[in-house]
Design a protein around this ligand. Sequence first.
Ligand code: SF4
Length: 390
Amino acid sequence: MWLTGRLCPDFKTIADFRRDNGKGIRNVCRRFVALCRQLDLFSEATVAIDGSKFKAVNNRDKNFTPHKLAQRMKQIDESIERYLQELDTADRTQSPDAGRRGQHIQEKLSKLRQQMESLRQIEEQLKLQPDEQLSLTDPDARSMATSGRGTGMVGYNVQASVDTKHHLIVTHEVTNEGHDRRQLSNMAMKSREATGKEQLDVLADRGYFKGLEILKCVEAGITPWVPKTMTSDNKAKGLFDKRDFIYVEADDEYRCPAGEQLPRHHSSVEAGLLIHSYYTTACQRCELKSQCTTGKERRVRRWEHEGVLDAMQHRMNITPGKMKQRRCTVEHVFGTLKFWMGSAHFLMRRLKNVKTEMSLHVLSYNLRRVINLLGADELMVAIRRYVAAT
Ligand code: SF4
C-alpha cells in the first residue's frame, strides 16, 4: 500500500501478486540486506544462527508416516472389532431396540471400512515417497519435533542468521528438514557473502554440532562457536569419559587418567569419516581398570579432523558468554516473526511459495528495524541513492 501510494488492493490482488512475483520479492529482501551492508550496519562481523519450526497449511491429521498410519489402522481395527462384538451381543439378547441398534452399528462399520480403504490407498502412496512421509494439503510440509513434549507440528524449518550489533536478519532459508545439523556451513557461507566480511564469527546452539559442517566453516575461514552435545555412554555407566583422556598432538597419542600413553593403532572409515583408534596394553594390569572399561582394554577413538573441534571447544572455554550473546541476538527475532504471523504461521503452500512468504516477513522485519535505527527519512534517502547507483 505504501509503495503504491495508498492504493488499497483487495486480498485476492495481494495474494496473486505474492504468488506471481516470488523471485522479485526474494530479490528485494536480498537487496535490502545489501543496502544495510552498504550503510555499514553489520560492523561486528559476528552472526548468530538459529532455526525454528513454523506451521504449514497442513493439519497433523493430514500428514502420514508409516508409524502414524500403522497406529490409525490399529485404532480402526480395534473399533471394528468392538462394533462386531456389539452386533453379536445384540443378536444374542434380542432386545426390543436390537433392529435399530444393529442398523446404527452397520452404518458405523461401513464408515470405518471406508476409512480403512482410504488408509490402504495412502499406504501405497507412502511407499513411493523417498522419505516415507506424505502430507496431503501441502505436499512439501513435513512432520517436525519441537522442543516441547508432544508438541510436534507439520511445517517448515526456518533458518535465520542475525547480526549481533543491530539484530538485522543477514540471511535466511526455509527447509523441510526437521533438524539443524546440516545447516551450519550453508548459513555461515551465505552470511559471509551477505555481510561482505572476510572474517566472520558464527554462533549456533548444540543442535548444529556436526564435525563435517564445522570443518567446512573453518576451511572457508569462518570461525564457528558451537557447543558440543554432551552425551557419553561411559559417563552414564560411571566410567571415565573421553574428556578424561588428554590428546598429545606432538606425539599423536592420548594420555589416560593412569598416566599411560595410548598410541594410535589402527584406523577405519565409519559413516564416511576416518576414525583413528588409540589404546595401550597396560590396561590389563591397571588399578583404575574398573573405572575405565569393562573390556580387555580401553580404546579411544578420534576423528582425523578432531583437532578442529578441540580448538573450537578451547575457544569456548576461554571466552565465556558467547552462547548468551547467541540467545540474546537471534531468539527474539523468531518470537517477533511468529507474533506477526499469528497462530497459523504460513498461509501459502509448497516450499517455493513458503520461501517467498518468509522473504516478505524478513524484509518487513529488517525494514522496521532500520527505520528504528536511522529514521524513515534517512532510509528513503539511502534507498534512492542505492537504487541510483546500482
Ligand atoms: S584401564 Fe587402561 S586406559 Fe584406563 S586408566 Fe588404566 S591404563 Fe589407562
